[in-house]
Design a protein around this ligand. Structure first.
Ligand code: ATP
Ligand code: MG
Length: 491
């Protein structure tokens, strides 16, 4: 039974529960107040009756003492008995009016006996057979004579009963009003909470795969500071979920684009390989002198595919740098690396004059020499590939704010402002068709940036017609190869 009640209670709404709690509390308060009030009333009325009895007896005592008879003020349904107690046993005097005595006078006699020995007024409440509850008072009229008066207590009981009835009705009504109105008020007060639950349910039914942003927020302002605090926390949480979802959706989007781009880029050389293979087969049968030419092209396409895959693999490993360590760090001289790259450039791109600006004789720092050389090569190759022949290219090494800097600049046409932020994206080329003709896949700058970041550094780009400058900054200390964030955002 108690278990069932408890289960039912648990199922109740919070507002109802609080209202019920309030009701129980009020019931206790009403009970205490009612009991105190009733007790006080009963005591007060009893005291009044006692005073009335005493006053009556004073007048009657006088009449007994003076005339030996019981005259004077008499009340309806009161009883009066006069006893002679001279010899110790109370002797009841015959009353002039038989109505003065009840049927059963035992209690009167007992009280008269007690009074004869007590020598002071005695008060008792007795139940008189056939007459109900009575208040008895005994007093000595004169030596040897005792008067016992009895007043009915029905009136007191009636009054007290009425008081209890009035209290029960008013308290009951007050209790009901309190519970019903309190429940309504509490429900209204707690409404913002149910609204929030509603909002949360809205999120549950919202398809998160559809769009990254949650269309729901809790906007209603009511319910006091606590609810307001909860509302703010709730909305902040939604904001946070929103942001996380947006980041994830963007990453997914990039990944998809990357996979699509990579497949596309790989397909081009693969098609060429197929084409040259067919040509080679045809030439083997019909024009043997063409064979070597086709074979060489076939090799070149395969090599191009190889470079592309190398770049992709390197990027993937740099992305996962937290688990792997793709760099082989040694102390190396950046100036020497730049000189080597410049020499190689002069040999391979003779149509682009290169100047090496004067700088420090040597600049030693901990880095992966091969990878930094790859960065320099990528930037220098770009300066040659994406500028017309004869364009001046310059390289400079310096120390700026405790970091080593290599600047690769060219006097080419530059990169349009709209593309500047995106040239570091994977597979991004300003002029797709032309770059591809030059054999570019759009991974060079992405690889360079990932490598420099893996060294704890960064690449900056400034470009205007006639001056495109890539600045590679590598900190001398604190090169944090694995500390950098995997460049997932560049996928
Ligand atoms: P890859 O380097 O993979 O062979 P790519 O050179 O086209 O191909 P990135 O090195 O990433 O790719 O360069 C991205 C794009 O930025 C290039 O396609 C080119 O349009 C532009 N770009 C890069 N360097 C320069 C430069 N020095 N001058 C003008 N445009 C440049
Ligand atoms: Mg390039």
């Amino acid at each position: 039974m108690i278990g069932r009640l408890r289960r039912t209670y648990r199922r109740l709404r919070l507002g109802t529960r609080l209202a019920l709690g309030l009701g129980v509390l009020s019931l206790v308060v009403f009970g205490v107040v009612g009991t105190a009030l009733t007790t006080y009333m009963r005591d007060y009325l009893s005291a009044q009756l006692d005073t009335q009895l005493a006053q009556g007896q004073i007048a009657q005592s006088k009449s007994i003492a003076d005339y030996g008879t019981l005259t004077g003020k008499k009340y309806y349904s009161w009883f009066y008995a006069v006893y002679d107690v001279a010899d110790g046993t109370p002797e009841l005097r015959r009353p002039e009016d038989p109505a003065d005595l009840p049927e059963d006078v035992d209690d009167f006699t007992a009280l008269a006996r007690a009074q004869s020995t007590a020598h002071t007024e005695l008060l008792r409440t007795e139940h008189l057979r056939g007459n109900g509850e009575y208040r008895l008072r005994a007093c000595e009229v004169e030596p040897g004579v005792v008067l016992v008066s009895a007043a009915p207590m029905d009136d007191i009981e009636d009054t007290v009963g009425q008081l209890i009835a009035i209290q029960a009705v008013t308290f009951g009504l007050a209790l009901m009003t309190l519970v019903v109105a309190g429940r309504g008020m509490l429900r209204r007060g707690l409404k913002p909470l149910s609204d929030m639950a509603h909002t949360a349910r809205g999120i549950t039914s919202h398809d998160l795969t559809d769009s990254a942003r949650l269309p729901v927020r809790h906007d209603k302002r009511s319910g006091g500071p606590e609810v307001e605090e909860l509302r703010t926390a709730f909305n902040t949480m939604l904001e946070h979920i929103d942001d996380s979802l947006a980041v994830r959706a963007e990453a997914e989007q990039r990944l998809r684009r990357f996979v699509a781009d990579a497949s596309h880029e790989l397909r081009t050389p693969l098609m060429s390989v197929r084409g040259y293979a067919d040509l080679f087969q045809y030439a083997a049968a019909n024009a043997p002198e063409e064979r070597d030419k086709h074979l060489a092209r076939l090799r070149a396409e395969a090599a191009r595919m190889g470079f592309l895959l190398d770049d992709l693999l390197l990027l993937a490993r740099l992305d996962a740098a937290e688990v792997e360590t793709p760099l082989r760090l040694r102390e190396a001289d950046l100036v020497e690396l730049v000189e080597q790259a410049a020499d190689a450039f002069r040999v391979t791109h003779a149509d682009h004059p290169l100047t090496l600006a004067p700088g420090p004789g040597s600049l030693k720092l901990v880095l992966d020499a091969q990878r930094i050389r790859q960065v320099l090569d990528n930037l220098l190759t770009n300066a040659a590939m994406h500028t017309p022949a004869g364009t001046q290219v310059s390289v400079a090494v310096s120390m700026v704010n405790g970091a080593a800097q290599a600047r690769i600049a060219d006097a080419g046409p530059g990169i349009p402002p709209a593309d500047r932020a995106r040239v570091f994206d994977r597979f991004y080329r300003v002029d797709k068709a032309r770059s591809r003709d030059r054999g570019g896949s759009g991974l060079g700058l992405a690889v360079a940036q990932s490598l420099v970041r893996a060294h704890g550094g960064r690449i900056d780009l400034t470009s205007e017609p006639g001056a495109t400058v890539f600045t590679v900054t590598i900190p001398l200390t604190g090169a944090a190869p694995w500390g950098h964030k995997p460049a997932t955002q560049h996928v």
